[in-house]
Design a protein. Structure first.
Length: 137
């Protein structure tokens, strides 16, 4: 099972405050452990919304809005893509993440082609398989 782990932004991350050397070291060690265990597929931090752009689709011409965006607990400052056998295993890994007090993450399962059932026609499945093969190159 694949999961996206979404790291919620804080007022500090939105202000561009960098993590301490201790936190960066601990996070690097945690990431290395996940890579060695074959769990981590990707993981990155994101710049604040002051460098972001939102695009809204309302049926006509999409509306582009540059950041920064008002702070809320819905903003994201980083992510991991992980693969584990179960959701409980994903939770167990993330409970070990070396976050400071007050940090919050969200774990969301990523759809697999099997999750779409009959809605994914053989033609769409073939298209998906070809795209995945190209991505792996």
């Amino acid at each position: 099972m694949r999961f996206m782990v979404i790291v919620k932004a804080s007022k500090d991350t939105e202000a561009g405050v960098m993590p301490s050397m201790e936190l960066l070291t601990a996070m690097g060690n945690f990431n290395e452990e996940m890579v060695k265990a074959g769990v981590m597929q990707a993981g990155e931090g994101l710049h604040s919304t002051s460098k972001g752009i939102r695009i809204r689709y309302d049926g006509g011409e999409p509306t582009v809005t540059p950041g920064p965006f008002a702070f809320s607990d819905h903003l994201v400052c980083g992510f991991w893509l992980i693969e584990t056998e179960t959701r409980d295993e994903a939770v167990a890994w993330m409970k070990r993440a070396p976050f400071e007090s007050g940090a919050e993450i969200e774990i969301r399962q990523i759809f697999s082609t099997e999750d779409f059932g009959d809605a994914l026609t053989p033609e769409l499945r073939e298209q998906e398989d070809l795209m995945r093969a190209q991505l792996e190159k």
